[in-house]
Design a protein around this ligand. Structure first.
Ligand code: PDD
Length: 275
C-alpha cells in the first residue's frame, strides 16, 4: 500500500496500521458520510465549502461531528503529504453497535477516518453511458451508501465507458461520481439542485466563474432530449476537474470536445484553481 498517511479517531498513523472494528456501522449499515478535499500546490481548493458540506452531511444524519477537529486533521494531512497535489478522503461514521440495530442509540462514539493520496489533476476525455438513476431519495447527502452509483458505473465499465449520466424518468440528475454540464444553443445548462443531486463544490465554483465571464447559463430541469441536442458536455468533480465528454454511447448526438463555450469555461476554471 506504500506510505499512505491516515488519521483514525484523531491518531495519525500509516493507513496499513489502522484497525477498524467490524461492528462499526460503516461496515454493517453504511451509516457514514464523507468528503473528498482536493489540494493543489499544497493548498486546499475551496476548503471552507468542503468543510461546510461535511458538516451539513453529518447534521442531516444527526452524527455529532466536531467540525473543528475534523478540519484540523484534514489540514494536517495536506501539510504532511510529500506531494503538492492530491486529495484527502475523510469519513465520519456513527459508531459501533454490539447488537446490530437499525435504530441507533443517541450519543454514540463517532468514528472518524481520513487519509491523503497524491494525485495529478490531468484532464481526461470521457466516454459515457446513459442509465437510469436507481439511487435512494437523498443523494444531496454525501453518504458512503453508494451502491446505486457502484452498480451503474460497473455496468458502464463493461461497455468500455468511464462514467454514466443518470436520469430519473427521463429527467437528468447527475453522473456516477460527478455533476453534469452541457451546452445547448450557446447556453451552458446544468440540472438544478434537488434531493437527487449532490451539491458539487466543483459545480458551484464553475457556476461562479461562468457568471463572471458572462456566458449564458441556466440551472433547470432538463431531459435526455436536451442532452441529445447538446453541442458539448462535460462532467465536474474535485478529482476530474472539468472533464469533456467525447461520446455518449447510447444517445443519438455528436459532441465536440473543442467547443469554444466549453473551452472558455475550462480556461476560466483552470486559471482560477490550477495555476
Ligand atoms: N465525487 N456527484 C457525485 C455523485 C459525486 O460522487 C461527486 C464527487 C460529485 C462532485 O462533487 P465535488 O465537485 O464536490 O467533488 C457529484 C467524489 C470526488 C468522490 O466520491 O470521489
Amino acid at each position: 500500500m506504500g506510505q499512505i498517511e491516515g488519521v483514525f479517531n484523531g491518531s495519525f498513523d500509516l493507513v496499513e496500521n489502522i484497525k477498524i472494528s467490524p461492528l462499526s456501522r460503516a461496515y454493517t449499515f453504511s451509516d457514514s458520510i464523507y468528503e473528498v478535499v482536493p489540494f493543489y500546490n499544497s493548498k486546499a481548493i475551496a476548503f471552507d465549502m468542503h468543510i461546510e458540506r461535511l458538516l451539513r452531511s453529518s447534521n442531516e444524519l444527526s452524527i455529532a461531528l466536531d467540525i473543528e477537529q475534523a478540519s484540523n486533521q484534514i489540514t494536517q494531512l495536506i501539510s504532511n503529504c510529500p506531494s503538492e497535489n492530491g486529495y484527502v478522503y475523510y469519513q465520519v461514521t456513527r459508531g459501533q453497535d454490539i447488537v446490530r440495530s437499525h435504530m441507533y442509540k443517541p450519543l454514540m462514539d463517532i468514528e472518524t477516518f481520513g487519509y491523503v493520496l497524491p494525485f495529478s489533476f490531468e484532464t481526461k476525455t470521457l466516454k459515457v453511458m446513459i442509465c437510469e438513476d436507481i439511487r435512494w431519495g437523498r443523494c444531496d447527502i454525501k453518504s458512503t451508501s453508494l451502491l446505486g452509483n457502484v452498480m451503474q458505473m460497473n455496468s458502464a465499465q463493461k461497455h468500455d465507458c468511464d462514467e454514466v449520466i443518470m436520469h430519473k424518468e427521463n429527467i437528468l440528475t447527475e453522473a456516477g461520481a460527478s455533476n453534469v454540464f452541457f451546452v445547448k444553443n450557446g447556453t451552458v445548462c446544468t440540472p438544478a439542485l434537488s434531493n437527487n443531486i449532490l451539491p458539487g463544490i466543483t459545480r458551484a465554483l464553475l457556476i461562479n466563474e461562468i457568471k463572471k465571464i458572462n456566458i449564458p447559463f441556466i440551472e433547470g430541469i432538463f431531459d435526455l432530449k436536451d442532452l441529445s441536442n447538446a453541442s458539448s458536455a462535460w462532467l465536474s468533480s474535485s478529482t476530474k476537474g472539468l472533464a469533456p465528454i467525447s461520446e455518449i454511447i447510447n444517445l443519438d448526438n455528436s459532441l465536440n470536445t473543442q467547443d469554444p463555450v466549453y473551452l472558455k469555461c475550462k480556461e476560466a476554471f483552470d486559471y482560477k484553481f490550477f495555476s
